[in-house]
Design a protein around this ligand. Structure first.
Ligand SMILES: Cc1ncc(COP(=O)(O)O)c(C=O)c1O
Length: 463
């Protein structure tokens, strides 16, 4: 396919426009210009059908953590496909791939989280979490505990329930969501809304919004609180250290199950295996997806702590839930090999002690640009705020779509960086080298500077 791809770009674009509905896309607008066609990838780089090379600052969709082109993962898939291409775990059966992956996860997950249930996407893991939470309270003889609280700006996926749990408001009107029984609290965004308040005081105050909401709704009606350790798609807002211990205290006090959505933060992204460890929190349920297979296979998992795990394991009745592909052998084999690579190459330690601090130091240099306000990082995550006036923390008018403009400059100059509002976001593969971080930062600076130029703002030559 490689040599001749550029001859086919127009054909693929035409077929794409005729037959393919893209996720999260204005179909008419895309079809007018034609989609970018990505044809291959290696390490931290992508190539499009015209032969342009891009550095993937987003690891796909926050998932290709061990980088592209890992032969070992392809081999693991191939040998599982030859040995046992499919079997399920319904009807009192199991297979070695699912068993070994479940046991491996039990070893890696925070203490006490010894059981897992498999699904195929982050949305399905979250949907399963909500069902198990409802089932748990039914088993406890407390069926009135049914309200799921989550945060504004949260992204938990797109099934009817996961979208209802999500707090990004554009996700709701097209589908008449949220469903009944979903409540929101404001989130924690120190740079935008913390003002001059001490960040730790602000973190505590925002955690207490959960307590206020529980009291308003009645603790006897609240089933759970779902939360990402760090907002992903919502704009990489990172909590002050005070936030999660207070959330934990409140959940315990009011007997509300704590559900952590680690779909992005799981498997090392924050510099620990899980965001739960980074922020010192002990969830009752934990959703995982993306980095579980580094995106090489669709698979997700829901970790269960002792409360929910024991209740389901001793219910003495069938749990009426599961997918055809739950614990698919090929996806489990690839995930096992992916976790082996992360351990063997010490990628989590590397993020904590080497590439994470290097990345943070280099990316923070972007804050010298006149149009850049805060640059915040955790592990291999970074958010870069593009500001109308950084001295007064004034954001641009959203109608100007400055973030999208900057993102387009990134693409044209060989970098994939994502924008939420005017927050530019980075989440590169764990294997990115120091030199590649330098390349990434240089390209990000260039894209930001070109955006400033287009807006008639002060420009500045980069590092
Ligand atoms: C935190 C979080 N939860 C859930 C999801 C949904 O995962 P999926 O797209 O695999 O359904 C995502 C996807 O980006 C996510 O970032």
């Amino acid at each position: 396919m490689r040599a001749s791809t550029h001859n086919r770009t127009k054909d693929w674009q035409a077929l794409d426009a005729a037959h393919h509905i893209h996720p999260f896309t204005d179909t008419a607008a895309l079809n007018k210009k034609g989609a970018r066609v990505i044809t291959r990838a290696k390490g931290v780089h992508l190539w499009d059908s015209e032969g342009h090379r891009l550095i993937d600052g987003m690891a796909g969709l926050w998932c290709v953590n061990v980088g592209y082109g890992r032969e070992e993962l392809a081999d693991a898939a191939y040998s599982a496909m030859r040995e046992l291409p499919y079997y399920n775990a319904f009807f009192q059966t199991t297979h070695p791939y699912a068993v070994e992956l479940a046991a491996k996860l039990a070893q890696l997950l925070p203490a006490g989280m010894t059981r897992v249930l498999f699904a195929n996407s982050g949305s399905e893991a979250n949907d399963s979490a909500l069902k198990l939470i409802r089932y748990y309270w039914n088993l406890q003889g407390r069926p009135e505990k049914k309200i799921h609280i989550s945060r504004e700006y949260a992204y938990h996926g797109v099934t009817m329930a996961a979208a209802s749990l999500s707090g990004l408001t554009p996700m709701h009107p097209q589908w008449d969501l949220p469903l009944p029984g979903f409540a929101k609290i404001p989130t924690v965004y120190p740079y935008a809304w913390g003002g001059d308040q001490d960040p730790e005081d602000y973190g505590l105050a925002m955690a207490r919004k959960l307590e206020e909401r529980i009291l308003e709704l009645g603790a006897d009606r609240v089933a759970s609180f779902s939360v990402e350790p760090i907002h992903g798609a919502g704009g990489l807002m990172m909590p002050p250290r005070s936030y999660f211990p207070e959330i934990q205290r409140i959940c315990r006090k009011y007997d509300v199950l704590l559900h952590l959505d680690e779909v992005i933060t799981g498997f090392g992204r924050t510099g620990e295996w899980f965001g739960a460890q980074t922020y010192g929190v002990e969830p009752d349920l934990m959703s995982m997806a993306k980095g579980l297979s580094s995106g090489y296979q669709p698979i997700s998992a829901l970790g269960l702590g002792p409360r929910v795990g024991d209740a389901i394991s001793s219910a003495n009745e069938e749990m009426v839930h599961g997918f055809t592909w739950s614990g698919h052998p090929v996806a489990c084999a690839v995930s096992l090999k992916n976790l082996e690579i992360i351990e063997r190459e010490n990628l989590v330690d590397r993020i904590r002690t080497d590439i994470g601090p290097y990345f943070a130091g280099r990316v923070k240099e972007l804050a010298r640009h006149p149009m850049v306000g805060e640059v915040r990082t955790q592990g291999l995550l970074a958010a870069i705020e593009l500001m109308d006036d950084k001295t007064t923390r004034k954001f641009f008018d959203p109608k100007r779509d400055v973030g999208t403009h900057c993102r387009n400059h990134c693409f044209s100059n060989g970098l994939v960086m994502r924008a939420t509002r005017d927050t530019m976001m980075l989440s590169p593969p764990f294997v990115i080298s120091h030199a590649e971080v330098d390349e990434l930062v240089g390209l990000a600076w260039k894209a930001i500077d070109l955006t400033a130029r287009d807006l008639g703002r002060e420009t500045m030559v980069g590092p």
